[in-house]
Design a protein around this ligand. Structure first.
Ligand code: PLP
Length: 480
């Protein structure tokens, strides 16, 4: 394909994408395919000779679309949202064109510098304490990671490195391996599975602390576990607190947990993957109170802030902690400017070497929406969730299972887990809307999350009608 054809195909693709999103509602939100469906639809080997572009595009509708779960359909209420917006997609095209691998400042100065400034912009939108911002000479700073999972792992590894140094300064005879075997990290039983995985990958014990009746991690229970573990000769070194848990959007109590971590020399990482975007609204910012006590903080603008995957925003209070844990300087990556102190080489802040120019997406979105329009989207989604909550509350057959704080409603039919499982099965099979379940206090619970940018009140109303119709049919049937 030459530039001339690219101009033509590019315009066609933009039309295809706009049509897709404009008419997405006409497609069943959840695909009707069996595992292995795709292999039968395409050849077993790559073509020897070039094929026409038309043939490729024709196969998008034949091969791909039948197997797509349409996350941006206004009838998609599963998981948490994944963001998308036109400015973000356009920025991604530009990112692809520049195609730099911004591992160091010299590898593409704009890639590094825009990222640092965008992370400051975003930090200021959230009213993060200054200590997390880079500014021109800050000790903190932000970095774009691919995912919240990576941010948690990076924080845990940095904390592990710091803990080993601290223990060795007191007990120089202990080897790194001996110290690793005594390190213990904590998170709540409601934390995302990626936190447990960070423990597995980091080779340290990860203990789950029980939560209170609101599914919130509280100081007293953490303190108790720390005391017991210390008495048993273990070394507590890390806590991952969650703001907006995946199952029910509960919030751990940072104001109780922070002082404990600070006193115990434990690193506190805060995972607000979903909820973080809402903190740009003053009315939701109090949910972030206590963040000044944390060592690192992360949320996913790619979930709820109009920026396409991937863009996970992470801030650290002391950049030296994270750089200190990962810094290696092979000869081929050195450059003249790195000793100036003003330079950020982001490869020291992350696990891979390579990185895309993701801050372009932030720049395009922040400027074309402005903070106000981004706040509008968050507020609209929360209002829609509250609307759904009142529909559920008005129906005596149902109950709400956790406080509705943001865009997620956890609900169930008052009755057995089997009954609720059967309801979800019917919902999934009908393909009109898409939901996923969670488990709360041993109960099977349905999660209804406002996800798509284009979801409106009538979609929520229709979804509820659909759910109650299926419930009606289900309850008609004799119990077997
Ligand atoms: C979605 C989510 C994650 C995982 O996010 P990735 O960016 O896909 O790793 C982690 N924690 C919480 C609380 C989440 O909601």
């Amino acid at each position: 394909m030459d530039a001339e054809e690219f101009r033509r195909r590019g315009k066609e693709m933009v039309d295809y994408v706009a049509d897709y999103l404009e008419k997405i509602e006409e497609r069943p939100v959840y695909p009707d395919v069996e595992p292995g469906y795709l292999r039968q639809l395409i050849p077993t080997e790559a073509p020897e000779e070039p094929e026409s572009y038309e043939d490729v595009m024709r196969d998008v509708e034949r091969v791909i679309m039948p197997g797509v779960t349409h996350w941006h359909s206004p009838n998609f209420f599963a998981y948490f949202p994944t963001a998308t917006s036109y400015p973000s997609m356009l920025a991604d095209i530009l990112c692809g064109a520049i195609g730099c691998i911004g591992f160091s400042w010299a590898a593409s100065p704009a890639c590094t510098e825009l990222e640092t400034v965008m992370m400051d912009w975003l930090g200021k939108m959230l009213k993060l304490p200054d200590c997390f911002l880079a500014g021109t000479d800050g000790h903190g700073g932000g970095v774009i990671q691919s995912t919240a999972s990576e941010a948690t792992l990076v924080a845990l590894l940095a904390a592990r490195c710091k803990a080993v140094k601290r223990v060795q300064s007191i007990n120089p005879e202990l080897s790194e391996a001996e110290i690793f075997s005594k390190l213990v990290a904590y998170t709540s039983e409601q934390a995302h599975s990626s936190v447990e995985r960070a423990g597995l990958i980091g080779g340290v014990m990860m203990k789950q602390v029980p939560t209170d009746y609101n599914y919130s991690l509280r100081g007293t229970l953490l303190q108790k576990m720390i005391e017991e573990d210390k008495a048993a000769g273990l070394v507590p070194f890390f806590l991952c607190a969650t703001l907006g848990t995946t199952s029910c959007c509960s919030f751990d109590n940072l104001q109780e947990l922070g002082p404990i971590c600070n006193e115990q020399n434990m690193w506190m990482h805060v995972d607000a993957a979903y909820a973080g975007s809402s903190f740009i609204c003053p009315e939701f910012r109090p949910l972030l109170n206590g963040i000044e006590l944390a060592d690192s903080f992360n949320f996913n603008p790619h979930k709820w802030l109009l920026i396409n995957f991937d863009c996970s925003a992470m801030w650290v209070k002391k950049r030296t902690d994270i750089i200190g844990a990962f810094k290696l300087e092979p000869f081929y990556l050195k450059h003249d400017n790195q000793e100036s102190g003003l330079i950020t080489d982001y490869r020291h802040w992350q696990i891979p070497l390579g990185r895309r120019f993701r801050s372009l997406k932030m720049w395009f979105v922040f400027r074309t929406y402005g903070i106000k329009k981004m706040q509008d989207l968050i507020r609209k989604h929360v209002a829609l969730a509250k609307e759904f909550e009142s529909l559920v509350r008005a129906d005596k057959r149902f109950e709400i299972c956790a406080e509705v704080v943001l865009g997620l409603v956890c609900f169930r039919i008052k009755g057995s887990n089997e009954l609720n499982q059967a309801l979800l099965k019917r919902i999934t099979k009908s393909r009109e809307i898409h939901l996923v379940p969670c488990q709360l206090s041993g109960q099977f619970v349905l999660r209804f999350c406002i996800c798509a940018r284009l979801t409106e009140s009538h979609h929520v109303q229709k979804a509820w009608q659909h759910i109650t119709q299926l419930t009606f049919e289900l309850l008609q049937e004799p119990i077997n």
